[in-house]
Design a protein around this ligand. Structure first.
Ligand code: ZN
Length: 501
């Protein structure tokens, strides 16, 4: 089978999609498949306690948090060492068994869910729990894939350093998953995405070898950047077992402000103003429309509007203080001037950690509040920061013409150009009838993203949710190269089959 794929590929100058599907359908159809024998063999490779086959015990792993994808699995394995992960992959490679890597199972695009065949095996990395090294002198931290994001942040804090990746699911999502999906979150504006935070990786390859680029080097010009190739590959090129991450100076304090504005153009001016005044102290700049605040104050217990009067738009702004810079005074000066110059209509600053947490809760509860408001059609898009006001205006016009009662709630990481352009169902109306219009609403939003030269997946990845869309929007030459890389690293097509490509 290996030869078939390689030879077929060698004869194709321009990889066409049908060839791709045929080749991978072939590689994944093994007439030697036998479930009891497979599980027996697996227990000798990873140990009896690392193989879970009872369907009741698998329930939490075969569905994802939004409940859109449900699969079945032959079993789940959870090896205790990277070497066992590699040995397990070698076995699956030989026997052409599909493997679905899984971290904290918090992904939003179905990338971690097995298909319905019950032939695939979930590979959980949750038992790779070691924090191998913390080195504050080199500002580097080496952790295994199953360590959660919060534990990673805490390990950094234990040596007075900072690991800046921050997202709503940080208590349960894992570093391996964060890297495999190139996670983003609220601090991308200041520190970049996960791809910018990794120094090296240990990766189990499909053929059972362990690749290591682990190390604390900031400079290493020795050829192709293999580390970054695996970041964001969604488990389709290899399985990340450990990573060396970058650490940063730990902020000595944060200031959180919540400001009211008339429109996103004002938010753009405010963003530029704060960048000039605060420099690297600006950590997050999140945009929220009034309707989002209405939803949160209505549906989330304890949430209240922090400003005296309603405004059409809001921004949540976070600044950090470093060394002896007093961030509260800095923030007070910045927002006093912003008010005086008309960049904002009103502003409030948190005066305690509890108040700061309450402001962040307004932002972080948006998805949950929108869910309670009824059907919601979600988009995770990015465009150039300066085009955000135009995009929001044009998208509202086009959606308004086609679906006058639908309610757009565009919110998110304006500071880095990433909007969660979610559309809520009409105030009165049937949820299923609204969700049935998903394809047309997606076409309007994603079509406009294309016109603006943006991306249809800013931070959630492709998975199953956007796999077909990717084929329509990605440069065909780029798709050719992606398939060629996939065929080289995973010739039997066992790694997360049916995801991304
Ligand atoms: Zn986000």
């Amino acid at each position: 089978m290996f030869m078939l794929v390689r030879e077929t590929f060698a004869n194709v100058t321009r990889t066409d999609e049908h060839w791709w599907k045929r080749a991978h359908a072939l590689t994944l159809t093994s007439d030697r498949f036998d479930a009891p024998t497979t599980i027996d063999r697996l227990t000798t490779i990873v140990g009896r306690s690392a193989v879970i086959e009872n369907p009741a015990d698998l329930g939490a792993y075969v569905s994802e948090p939004r409940g859109q994808y449900h699969g079945r699995a032959l079993c789940m394995v959870e090896p205790e060492t990277p070497e066992k992960v590699a040995a397990f992959l070698a076995f699956c490679h030989t026997h052409k068994i599909g493997v679905v890597p899984q971290g904290g199972n918090t992904g939003l695009v179905g990338g971690q869910t097995p298909d319905a065949s019950a032939h695939q095996i979930i590979l959980s990395l949750r038992r790779l729990r070691a924090i191998r090294e913390i080195d504050p002198s080199s500002d580097a931290l080496t952790v295994e894939a199953g360590v959660t994001l919060r534990e990673t942040q805490e390990a950094a804090a234990s040596v007075n350093r900072y690991f800046p990746l921050s997202l709503a699911s940080e208590g349960s999502c894992t570093i391996g998953g964060n890297i495999a999906t190139n996670a983003g979150g609220v601090h991308v504006l200041a520190y970049g995405m996960m791809r910018d935070l990794v120094l090296g990786l240990e990766v189990a390859l499909a053929d059972g070898r362990l690749l290591s680029t682990l190390g604390k080097l900031r400079k290493d010009n020795t050829g192709y950047d293999l580390t970054r190739l695996f970041i964001g590959s969604e488990g389709t090129l290899g399985v990340i077992t450990a990573a060396t991450l970058k650490l940063y100076p730990r902020p000595c304090g944060h200031a959180v402000a919540f400001v009211g504005m008339n429109d996103p153009s004002q938010a753009l001016s405010l963003l530029a103003f704060i960048k000039e005044r605060a420099g690297p102290a600006l950590q997050a700049f999140e945009l929220i429309p009034r309707l989002g605040i209405d939803f949160v104050t209505q549906h989330i217990p304890g949430a209240r509007d922090p400003l005296a009067a309603p405004h059409r738009w809001y921004a949540l702004v976070e600044l950090a203080g470093f060394a002896d810079r007093d961030v509260d005074t800095l923030a007070a000066h910045i927002f006093e001037e912003a008010l005086a110059q008309g960049y904002v209509a009103d502003a409030t600053l948190a005066h305690s950690l509890d108040q700061a947490a309450a402001l962040w809760k307004l932002r972080e509860s948006l998805s949950e509040a929108q869910k309670r408001e009824g059907g919601s059609i979600k988009h995770d898009i990015s465009i150039a920061v300066n085009q955000i006001p135009d995009f929001i205006k044009t998208a509202a016009q086009r959606l308004g013409e086609a679906f006058p009662a639908a309610r757009p709630v565009p919110f998110g990481h304006m500071g880095d150009g990433n909007l969660h352009y979610n559309v809520s169902q009409p105030k009165v109306g049937d949820k299923q009838a609204f969700l049935a219009q998903r394809a047309e609403i997606n076409a309007i939003v994603h079509g406009l993203v294309q016109e603006f030269g943006g991306s249809i997946s800013a931070e959630h990845g492709i998975g199953v949710l956007k796999r077909d869309l990717l084929k329509q929007v990605k440069d065909p030459v780029a798709l050719d190269l992606m398939r060629a890389i996939k065929s080289t690293l995973d010739p039997a097509g066992i790694l997360n089959p049916g995801k991304l490509l």
